[in-house]
Design a protein around this ligand. Structure first.
Ligand SMILES: Nc1ncnc2c1ncn2[C@@H]1O[C@H](COP(=O)(O)OP(=O)(O)OP(=O)(O)O)[C@@H](O)[C@H]1O
Length: 209
C-alpha cells in the first residue's frame, strides 16, 4: 500500500491549518504524527482517510500497483479515533457481527475469538451504550487492529485506557502491523514506539523528522 500526498493544504474559514505538505507513506513504515493540541493532526489523518476534503493538493492511493479512487478507500482502511462513532444500541456481539458484514477479520478470526482478544467476554450481551469509555476504546481499537485492511489509522489510541489497556494496546499493535500502512496521531511516545518516522505539525508547517 502506498499513499502519496502532494502539496496538501487545509484551511478552516480563513485560517490555514497546514499547507504545502508533500510525502509518501508506505506499508511496513509506520509513521507518528505529532504536534500540540489544535495543530492539525486529526485534520491531516481525516484528509488521508478521505473523511474530510483537502482545500488544496492531492492524496493518491495505490494498492498492489492499482490506483484506488478516493471514494473507495474506506474499504481498505481501519480507523480508531475519538470522533469515530460506535452503534450504541447494539450489544457487543451484535456490533461484531454487523462489522463482519462489511470487513472480515485478519486470519479468519471468528467473532467469539475477537471478543476474547479484546478482553470483553463478560460484556458480550451488554449494549455498547452501557460500556465504560475504556471498554469502548478497546472495541474501537480491536475492530481496527483485527480487520483485514491494508491501512491502519489511529488517533489518540490509548485515550481512556488504564495501564492494562495500554499494555494490551502495545502488544496487539505490534502483532497487527505487518504489511500494513500505519499512521498514529499522538503526543505520547509510548503510543508510537513502533514508529521510526515522525511527522511534526507546528505553526501550519509539517516537518518530517
Ligand atoms: N470543523 C471545523 N471548523 C473550524 N475549525 C476547525 C474544525 N475542525 C478543526 N478545526 C480547527 O483546526 C485546528 C486543528 O484541529 P485538529 O483537531 O486537527 O488538531 P489536533 O492536532 O488533532 O488537536 P488535538 O491534539 O487537540 O486532538 C484547530 O485549530 C481546530 O480548532
Amino acid at each position: 500500500m502506498q499513499i502519496q500526498v502532494e502539496n496538501l493544504g487545509r484551511k478552516f474559514n480563513k485560517d490555514w491549518i497546514f499547507r504545502n505538505f508533500d510525502t509518501t507513506f508506505q506499508s511496513n513504515q509506520p509513521v507518528a504524527i505529532t504536534g500540540a493540541n489544535g495543530s492539525g493532526k486529526s485534520t491531516l489523518l481525516q484528509i488521508i482517510a478521505a473523511i474530510l476534503p483537502a482545500t488544496e493538493g492531492k492524496v493518491k492511493y495505490t494498492y498492489r500497483q492499482k490506483n484506488i479512487e478516493e471514494d473507495k478507500i474506506f474499504r481498505y482502511l481501519s480507523l480508531a479515533a475519538p470522533y469515530q462513532e460506535l452503534i450504541e444500541e447494539f450489544t457487543l456481539q451484535e456490533s461484531v457481527v454487523f462489522h463482519l458484514q462489511f470487513k472480515p477479520f485478519r486470519n479468519q478470526l471468528a467473532a467469539g475469538e475477537f471478543i476474547k482478544k479484546i478482553g470483553l467476554e463478560k460484556a458480550r450481551n451488554k449494549p455498547v451504550k452501557n460500556f465504560s469509555s475504556g471498554m469502548k476504546q478497546r472495541l474501537k481499537l480491536g475492530l481496527a487492529f483485527f480487520s483485514d485492511t491494508p491501512i491502519l489509522l489511529l488517533d489518540e489510541p490509548t485515550s481512556n485506557l488504564d495501564k492494562n489497556g495500554v499494555d494490551w494496546y502495545q502488544q496487539h499493535l505490534s502483532d497487527n502491523i505487518a504489511d500494513r500502512l500505519v499512521l498514529i496521531c499522538s503526543n505520547q511516545p509510548y503510543e508510537y514506539e513502533i514508529c521510526k518516522r515522525i511527522i511534526h505539525i507546528q505553526d501550519s508547517l509539517i516537518y518530517i523528522r
